[in-house]
Design a protein around this ligand. Structure first.
Ligand code: 5GP
Length: 179
């Protein structure tokens, strides 16, 4: 285990197993459709690539970068589009792939943006859900794991741009970010 972590929450194997189940569910739900799968950068990049490899559907992929955090571990509540989609979503079924839902502010904002662009349907697929932290009534359609409030890293998730490449997900030692 990486020395900045206090505990591993999800091993690489358990993540892979859950991602396979999620991809199979999405395949069943979208049979006969060709959705646009939107990766919310940067945190969802590993989840997205593992997920779409197992999604046996004629999908298109696109990427969006939204900032609500900066480099601290607390949400700023301010959401900005850093990189927009390349594809038009009007009349399309959109699946948003997100790493983690915390307050829900980022996704509520993103859904609002895509609704105003007249997407046909919008569903959210998030690997991690921190339900106790929700600031507004927001529910994702596909959830990998629910966790209590803790700051986690790995499998795409960072602290100050570090630890994204860990193959597992773990809780960061508080002394690392209070330093
Ligand atoms: P929300 O807008 O739901 O409060 O925040 C969502 C975003 O905050 C996520 O996409 C992620 O980038 C970041 N975030 C929330 N909780 C964590 C966490 O425990 N670890 C990391 N690395 N990022 C988090």
């Amino acid at each position: 285990m990486h020395p900045d972590l206090q505990e591993i929450l999800f091993s690489s194997e358990s993540i892979q197993q859950r991602v396979t189940e999620m991809a199979q569910q999405i395949k069943v739900d979208y049979e006969g459709k060709n959705p646009i799968v939107v990766c919310v950068l940067k945190g969802a990049f590993i989840f997205m690539s593992d997920l779409v490899k197992q999604m046996d559907l004629p999908i298109e992929v696109d990427f969006m970068s939204i900032s609500s955090y900066g480099t601290s571990t607390k949400s700023s509540g301010v959401v900005r589009i850093l990189k927009d989609l390349d594809l038009p979503v009007e009349g399309r079924n959109v699946i948003i792939v997100e790493d983690i839902i915390d307050t829900g502010l980022t996704l509520s904002y993103l859904i609002d943006v895509l609704e105003r662009r007249n997407a046909l349907s919008i569903k959210v697929c998030a690997l991690i859900d921190k339900k106790s932290r929700r600031a507004m009534g927001f529910e994702a359609d596909y959830i990998g794991f629910s966790i209590p409030d803790a700051f986690i890293v790995g499998y795409g998730l960072d602290y100050a741009e570090k630890h994204r490449n860990l193959p597992y997900i773990g809780i960061l030692k508080p002394q690392v970010y209070t330093k």
